[in-house]
Ligand binder design. Structure first.
Ligand SMILES: N[C@@H](CCC(=O)N[C@@H](CS)C(=O)NCC(=O)O)C(=O)O
Length: 201
């Protein structure tokens, strides 16, 4: 059975969602990233020390989006279009979201929640919010249908949607098409199953 290592409120959320989408059985080990002893034990399993990490027989993978592409390819090929152009768009939106939107969303959340409310903190926060808005505006104008790429749900919806979800949690504010798209994603049974709380071990 697939072994999946993750933690609540982390990048592993998108992998858990993907595992639920493809419907393959998996054993979920929740890593307590706040506990030194748990982290030390985890380093013996995965020297990179980050979540998510996935072991599927001889296949051992880190990086949430790489794992999601693997899961789609192997267990949910309908989530990765055969058509070259559509497939390229799946990669495009996935990389776009993890290299553009996610760093700004994390910066915004970090400065909002943890930084002292001095001038520098406020400036960083405002800049990060403006960057998020710029990317979310681009997404708003690009969304033409129910899903991000083509006519059906793909791994791009998982990869990009999981990051847009971050910006919504941070109250960045999204346009109506993005909001509707996110509602569609949140309505998926796999999203709901993946959002269930798990206790730390
Ligand atoms: N780009 C990686 C990010 C992985 C990552 O940074 N995970 C964080 C949690 S969101 C982590 O495990 N942090 C623990 C650490 O840095 O030791 C991915 O998408 O999988």
């Amino acid at each position: 059975m697939i072994k999946f290592f993750g933690a609540p409120m982390s990048s592993s959320g998108r992998t858990r969602w993907m595992l639920e989408e493809v419907g393959v059985p998996y054993e979920y080990t929740v890593v307590n990233l706040h506990d030194e002893e748990a982290r030390r034990r985890y380093l013996e399993i995965f020297p990179g020390g980050k979540v998510p990490y996935l072991v599927d027989g001889d296949v051992k993978l880190f990086e949430s989006m790489a794992i999601n592409f693997y899961l789609a390819e192997r267990y949910g090929p309908e989530l990765l279009p055969r058509d070259l152009e559509l497939r390229a768009q799946v990669y495009q939106w996935s990389f776009w979201s993890i290299t553009n939107l996610q760093p700004e969303a994390l910066k915004y959340m970090g400065h909002g929640a943890f930084a002292p409310d001095d001038e520098r903190g406020v400036r960083h926060k405002d800049e990060a919010r403006a960057s998020c808005r710029r990317y979310l505006d681009q997404l708003e104008t690009s969304l033409t249908g129910r899903y991000l790429v083509g006519d059906s749900f793909t791994v791009a919806d998982v990869n990009c949607g999981s990051i847009v979800n971050l910006t919504q949690r941070a109250n960045v504010g999204v346009g109506p098409k993005v909001a509707e798209w996110m509602d569609t994603l949140r309505g998926r049974p796999a999203w709901k199953r993946a959002s269930q709380e798990v206790s730390l071990r």
